[in-house]
Design a protein around this ligand. Structure first.
Ligand SMILES: [Zn+2]
Length: 86
């Protein structure tokens, strides 16, 4: 399993939250508006690191990171994705 690069925004959004992104996110803002937080193995870990950097008000991006709070409540109808070695 490869670590991935995670970033957190330097500015809060309109709900006063920083946003956690993974490298390659379709909604990733310009690098100059982001703080690189590290190479991490999953979004939960990244969220923890981001919170140590900027405080508790960090939200995982909907597009690139699994929502931290909903991770245990995925409906059973969700299709599993099989990842191949790419
Ligand atoms: Zn994102």
């Amino acid at each position: 399993m490869q670590p991935e690069y995670y970033y957190v925004t330097q500015q809060t959004d309109k709900t006063n939250n920083y946003l956690l992104h993974r490298a390659g996110c379709v909604t990733l803002p310009g690098k100059e508006t982001l703080t690189f937080i590290g190479s991490l193995y999953n979004a939960v870990q990244a969220l923890t690191v981001a919170q140590m950097r900027v405080g508790k008000n960090v939200k995982a991006c909907y597009h690139c990171c699994s929502p931290h709070n909903d991770a245990r409540q995925q409906p059973k109808k969700m299709q599993y994705r099989h990842h191949s070695d790419n």
